[in-house]
Design a protein around this ligand. Structure first.
Ligand code: ADP
Ligand code: MG
Length: 727
């Protein structure tokens, strides 16, 4: 056994759960470190408070003088709560979070100490961010990016830093981050959904998107983590033989949560609550060492920030407990991967969930309008939604027969399928009084408030209606949810605008009543969207065939999925809705493709090195031992040698064959990689996805075979069964 593996295993023997002080009441700590409405009231004067509220509720700009006021109040609150620095916290296109800390304290020329934090430092800051990927936008304009405060997400204290959520834009105002397009999509969605909801409620003047994510993750002991170069460098294991029975191992083996994990979870919960993340932890374990955490849903922009923040907090708190969090979509082959379900809905400022059926036919008609429009939006833009969840990591889940497939489809359940079928038969044009009554009583009036078959059925659907919201399940665990949410908001906004226009035209031109016009448009939408609805098994091969017939896309790799960004249709919907200009979309495409290329190249390098530096030397060592054994046997009894040496000879033959084969494969891989050097980005991505990455599997098949053959005492790498066990 290598020293690294031995030491790592020994280290885990001494693990003890950390003591976490219990918290009496969660409400006592909730938002303790957030500059929320309560703290604002305490620290801001009337005008400043009002300005922030108007910025949040109505998107009003804050003028400079008031910004100074707000900054002063925010600084006082932050210092009173232990902050020494401030930072603009933002989410660059790579999806991670970034921050640059500046101290509040400045030394005046005369040596006196000042505490400085002005309005301009709050509202606008130029981070030295020349290394953040931005798809060439900034270079062309020779201007630096700057960050600007997003008042709709409150400031918070993280460690000793006051963190100010910000957008990150170029000098010319182009989006260099994930939040800017998200905010734009929420804005256009608000406008479109408000206009439509006014068909039903005159008093609605704002609609927000709500998001509740469910974060899946793995935990692994940090000593074991560090003993695996592949985990450290790439976030996933590039080799390793899955344990014989994987996640089907005995219930009691993985059934109860180890105390160390419980302590970590409690700590994480407390820290999250202090930062205003309304977690209600659940710990289901689909796979060994896999857990899930879900908060109560919130306004989508805030919820996206909270998810980004949570991924950061998790990692830090885990280290305190000698764990490493694995957010990768597929850290272990043969074992369930991790996703991040995005529960999404629309809510009016009057508190109505627009995707929830209700008690009256009117409420249900409203529900149907938003329900059908969402379905139509997804139908028309399925390829865009697929692109929005594309990443090197998620490629291992989608279509891998265990996660939602790479094909986007919608599950709505039997009850709603029946309702849509009825609506498909509504007459063209004017409805007879009899038909109207019928619709009211037997169709719209019959949608129950609680849809029994919609809560948890069909886990194989990537996009499911779950009673009062849609659940986008194909999102990867490490993803910044801002990306898929932006696309979903945008396509639904565009769809609702088209719908409104159509209904209004019909009312004006055909002299139909509002309800009649709505029924007429919905009928056509339902017919148009037939192909996206699928109630069957999404994991099966049969669905892949059927989906192809229906003309649904099935992009299995990130480069294939991202291609849609280059189409005229994609450019036009992003542009028309104001979410991304063609240049910004191009930048997004480039950055995401670059990320993919970078990740796969790193994996290739690590795989090659581990094979040649760890696996092959171990194989040679074992070979040497076998040779020694064989020589010994020959010395003892030359006549019976063949008989005596049967087993070592078989092993030696297989071992040598596999070792030679894997060495050849690595040489080929290295050569193929070297040839990518002078290729352009798209060619690189294409080759990596379709030519290089398939070689990983061939190499892995060999190394995993060697792992099974070679003496455990010699094997250098921590094994799956060792990593997947927490003591
Ligand atoms: P599951 O059956 O998927 O485990 P839960 O009831 O635990 O469902 O909810 C999952 C997530 O859905 C939670 O984060 C919850 O807050 C969220 N959710 C519930 N209602 C809505 C809504 N109207 N909009 C957005 N998210 C919602
Ligand atoms: Mg769920």
């Amino acid at each position: 056994m290598s020293k690294a593996r031995f030491n790592a295993l020994r280290e885990t023997l001494n693990r003890k759960p950390l003591k976490i002080d219990p918290v009496a009441r969660r409400s006592d700590i909730f938002r303790q470190k957030v500059f929320d409405r309560q703290s604002m009231q305490n620290y801001l004067d009337k005008n400043a408070y009002k300005a922030v509220m108007e910025a949040i509720d109505k998107g009003k700009k804050i003028d400079r003088q008031i910004a100074d006021n707000i900054a002063a109040g925010m600084k006082n609150w932050a210092i009173a709560n232990g902050a020494t620095h401030y930072t603009h916290w933002f989410q660059p296109l790579t999806g991670a979070t970034a921050e640059k800390h500046d101290s509040f304290f400045e030394l005046a020329p005369d040596g006196t100490v000042l505490e400085k934090f002005s309005g301009s430092q709050l509202v606008q800051q130029e981070p030295d961010a020349s290394s953040f990927p931005n798809g060439g936008i900034r270079n062309t304009f020779e201007a630096r990016g700057y960050t600007a405060w997003d008042p709709s997400s409150p400031a918070f204290i993280y460690g000793t830093a006051l963190c100010i959520p910000t957008v990150f834009v170029s000098y010319t105002g182009e989006a260099l981050d994930i939040k800017t397009p998200l905010l734009r999509s929420l804005h256009i969605l608000d406008k479109a959904a408000t206009a439509v909801s006014r068909y039903f409620h005159r008093d609605v003047n704002k609609v927000i998107a709500t998001l509740g994510w469910e974060q899946e993750y793995f935990l692994i002991d940090d000593a074991l983590y560090k003993s695996r170069p592949d985990l450290v460098m790439t976030g996933r294991t590039l080799m390793g033989h899955p344990p014989a029975r994987g996640q089907q191992l005995d219930d009691h083996y993985f059934g109860s949560i180890p105390e160390r994990v419980m302590a970590f979870m409690r700590d994480l919960e407390i820290e999250s609550l202090k930062l205003g993340i309304p977690v209600k932890t659940r710990h289901n374990e689909v796979a060994p060492n896999q857990f899930e955490l879900a908060p109560v849903f919130e306004e989508a922009n805030l919820s996206v920030d909270h998810n980004s923040l949570l991924m950061d907090i998790m990692t830090k708190i885990a280290r305190k407990h000698h764990f490493e969090v694995l957010l990768h979509e597929k850290p272990f082959a043969g074992i369930n991967g991790s996703g991040k379900h995005n529960n999404w809905s629309l809510m009016t400022n009057t508190g109505i969930n627009l995707l929830s059926p209700g008690k009256t036919p009117m409420k249900n008609l409203e529900f149907l309008v938003f329900f059908v429009n969402t379905i139509k939006a997804v139908n028309d833009n399925e390829a865009l939604l697929r692109a929005a969840i594309a990443s090197a990591g998620n490629d291992h889940r989608l279509g891998a027969n265990e996660a939602p497939p790479a094909i986007i489809s919608i599950f709505i359940g039997a009850q709603l399928t029946r309702v849509l079928n009825e609506l498909k038969n509504v007459s063209n044009g004017k409805l007879s009084p009899q038909e109207k009554t019928d619709l009211k009583l037997n169709v719209v009036g019959k949608i129950p408030e609680i849809l029994l078959d919609n809560t948890d059925r069909n886990r194989t659907s990537p996009f499911a209606f779950t009673g009062n919201r849609f659940e986008f399940r194909a999102v990867g665990s490490s993803a910044n949810t801002g990306n898929p949410m932006t696309v979903l908001n945008m396509i639904v906004a565009k769809q609702l605008m088209d719908f409104k226009q159509k209904v209004d035209t019909i009312i004006a031109q055909e002299k139909l009543k509002k309800d009649e016009a709505i029924f007429n448009v919905l009928r056509e939408y339902i017919k148009d969207s037939k192909r996206i609805l699928f109630e069957g098994d999404g994991y099966g091969k049969a669905w892949e065939k059927e989906a192809a017939k229906r003309g649904l896309s099935n992009a299995k790799t990130t480069p294939d999925a991202l291609k849609v960004y280059k189409t005229k249709e994609a450019q036009s919907i992003f542009n028309e809705t104001g979410v991304l200009s063609p240049r910004e979309l191009e930048a997004k495409y480039e950055v995401e493709l670059e990320q993919y290329v970078m990740k796969v190249l790193i994996e290739a390098g690590v795989l090659a090195d581990m094979t040649m530096n760890h696996v092959v030397p171990a194989a040679l060592k074992y070979q040497q031992e076998l040779v020694k054994t064989l020589k010994g046997l020959k010395d003892i009894d030359e006549k019976n040698f063949k008989k005596l040496a049967k087993e070592p000879l078989i092993i030696l033959e297989q071992l040598s064959e596999t070792t030679n084969k894997v060495s050849d494969l690595v040489r080929k891989l290295r050569k193929d990689i070297a040839q990518l050097d002078n290729k352009d980005l798209e060619t690189k991505a294409e080759r990596l996805a379709h030519y290089i990455k398939p070689q990983f599997d061939k190499i892995r098949a060999c190394t995993d075979r060697l792992e099974m053959m070679i003496d455990d005492e010699i094997w250098p790498l921590t094994k799956y069964r060792e990593m997947l066990f927490i003591r």
